[in-house]
Design a protein around this ligand. Structure first.
Ligand code: ATP
Length: 603
């Protein structure tokens, strides 16, 4: 399931199709619960759909009438028939308008509900869920899959009904006009249509191939433009141009092959359709000549036949649409059935601040995606409220994992984590996380103003509070150096902030949040001396009176912490203060210290 690639547009559609059977239909029907609140509009739309289908169906009969009038074989005058014709046209226009209007109400509103529900489901799902899926796949559920459903609600459903009604109504009507001619038609047309459908399927396959090849060529463009610096640095422009050219060539080859088949196909269809109509005219003509049916009926008959032919061809397409919709609704339901870790509809629990006594007791853990690898192998850590500890150790030792477990992104395997002596699993997850602030390694800012970005730490905070937090975080000076101050827009379309500035924004966020427990994931990339000082000062301010866990990469910053835990392969290999550990002959920490200072000396 997780591996469904939907990057290549149409590419995924074939495999996304579901078999249409009772079970899959029943499942898909569950998506219709989103339509229930709008059932009144749906019913109205359906009534107008029936009415507009009936008016469409009356056209061929009217044309027959006009012919009878011209031949002087009708009780009506030409003016009367044209008046009826006009009235029906007006009715048809009104019915069509309301049909579209009501169905759009249903589909737009209900699909916005689906999107809202899928999104709120996704953001409340636990972290392991996101490890199994790609972001692209999840966004495509909210966009492509829901659009597919929407198409069905707004267009396909109406079309399907119209086609079936035309098919059934039309056939009944022509049977009534002349059963002999109907049987003759039924003997020829289905054969032509089935042949056209088989042919058409083959062409669709070919044109999908051309589309895929075009998508593959577009990937080259995307990749090279994203890494244009690299292309230029290696002076590989020519190679890339050649690669793109070759991909296009391949696409053109397939497209031309498709065009040849399409040419044959279209000629065949036109030839066969008109051939069929000619056959009917010939046979029908002889029936008219022998006086079995009037000429007007023959005309009506031919029009209905064209209608019926069109709807049979259309139903094939509809069927493919329905199949795709079953796939789409399946994937939407699958997400909706996952279990959230928080319920967004529930009231926020009352904020109960903790003191911040954090304990890990013989914690063992493997990631759910790699259960065979033991990442933590019996970790015991005790941080009294307000104390500061640092985790050091080589990459992959399990430092970040400890923090992820404290945030309850994952369940511990065995052992126990407590905060203020209370097992982590006894906390309401929102309550727990509101007591913890994280200053991450790489600070991501959301598109928006600096004010909004800092407010993220405490939604609803006043501007004065934000300003005070920014001041404490040593961020106010640089913020005020921008003409728009706190209202400066940052992110993709705004001002780009430096690494140190972003970190200070993150610190201001954490200050505003004011939690008892703080997690600092030290940035690996070093800042220049001035930024480093500003960030360090801000951090010192932030750490005051908070339980702090620092994931340390640079040892210079952690000398003052109360206890250092040196991690190795999922275990605590050494622990103590900086002085104790540094004095420990041949210890891991002592060696790390030696190594870092050697590096510094060589700089
Ligand atoms: N989401 C995950 N799924 C599976 N394995 C993971 C996941 N995250 C980390 N790991 C594995 O767990 C081990 C510990 O990783 P962790 O990120 O805790 O190390 P770290 O000490 O923080 O390293 P670094 O200093 O490089 O950040 C590594 O072997 C890593 O490959």
């Amino acid at each position: 399931m997780a591996k469904r690639g939907r990057n290549f547009g149409e590419d995924a559609n074939e495999e996304d199709k579901k078999k249409v059977n009772r079970e899959s239909l029943q499942k898909a029907l569950r998506v219709f619960r989103f339509v229930r609140p709008y059932r009144a509009q749906f019913a109205m739309g359906f009534i107008f759909l029936v009415l507009s289908t009936l008016t469409t169906l009356s056209f061929p009969a009217l044309i027959g009438q006009v012919t009878s009038v011209i031949q002087g074989k009708s009780a009506f005058t030409l003016g009367q028939v044209i008046l009826i014709f006009g009235a029906i046209l007006v009715l048809q226009a009104i019915f069509s308008f309301f049909r579209i209007y009501f169905f759009a109400q249903v589909s737009e509103r209900s699909m916005a509900d689906v999107r809202r529900e899928v999104y709120s489901k996704i953001v409340t799902l636990p972290i392991p869920f996101f490890e199994k899926r790609r972001v692209g796949e999840l966004t495509s559920r909210i966009s492509a899959d829901v659009s597919q459903l929407q198409d069905v609600l707004s267009i396909t459903l109406a079309e399907l009904f119209r086609q079936v009604a035309t098919l059934v109504g039309g056939t009944l009507f022509i049977l009534y006009v002349s059963w002999k001619l109907t049987l003759f038609m039924l003997a020829t047309f289905p054969v032509i249509i089935v042949a056209a459908m088989i042919f058409g399927r083959y062409i669709r396959k070919l044109s999908k191939e051309a589309q895929d090849q075009l998508a593959a060529a577009s990937v080259i463009v995307e990749e090279t433009l994203q890494s244009i610096n690299i292309v230029k640095a290696f002076t590989n422009e020519r190679i890339e141009i050649g690669r793109y050219g070759a991909a296009l060539q391949k696409m053109v080859g397939t497209a031309l092959r498709t065009a040849r088949f399409r040419g044959v196909f279209v000629s065949f269809v036109i030839f066969a359709m008109f051939g069929g109509i000619m056959g009917i005219v010939w046979y029908g003509g002889s029936l008219v000549q022998s006086g079995e049916i009037p000429f007007a009926d023959l005309l009506t008959f031919i029009f209905y036949t064209a209608f019926i032919g069109g709807s049979v061809a259309g139903i094939g397409d509809m069927y493919a649409q329905v199949q795709r919709t079953l796939g789409a609704s399946d994937r939407i339901l699958e997400i909706l059935e996952e279990e959230s870790e928080v319920d967004p509809r529930e009231e926020l629990p009352l904020f109960v601040p903790v003191h911040g006594h954090v304990q890990f007791k013989d914690v063992r853990f493997s990631y759910p995606s790699r259960t065979d690898v033991a990442v933590l192998k019996g970790i015991s850590i005790d941080v009294a409220a307000g104390r500061k500890i640092a985790l050091v150790g080589q990459s992959g030792a399990g430092k970040s994992t400890i923090v992820q477990l404290l945030m309850r992104y994952y369940q511990v395997g065995s052992g126990q984590i407590t905060v203020d002596g209370r097992d982590l699993s006894n906390f309401n997850i929102t309550e727990l996380r509101r007591n913890i602030a994280v200053v991450p390694q790489e600070v991501m800012l959301f598109g928006g103003t600096i004010l909004e970005n800092i407010q993220y730490g405490k939604p609803g905070a006043t501007e004065a509070e934000v300003r005070e937090a920014a001041r404490k975080a040593n961020a106010l000076d640089f913020i005020e150096s921008f003409p728009e101050g706190l209202q400066t827009v940052v992110g993709e379309r705004g001002v780009k902030l430096s690494g140190g500035q972003r970190q200070r924004i993150a610190i201001a966020r954490a200050i505003l949040k004011n939690p008892a427990i703080l997690i600092l994931d030290e940035a690996t990339s070093s800042l220049d001396a001035e930024s480093e000082r500003l960030v360090q000062e801000a951090l010192d301010e932030l750490m005051q009176n908070r339980t702090t866990i620092i994931i340390a990469h640079r040892l210079a910053t952690i000398r003052k912490v109360d206890r250092i835990y040196v991690m190795r392969e999922g275990q605590v290999a050494e622990q103590g203060t900086h002085d104790e550990l540094a004095a420990y002959e041949d210890g891991i920490y002592a060696n790390l210290v030696k190594l870092q200072f050697e590096v510094l000396d060589n700089d």
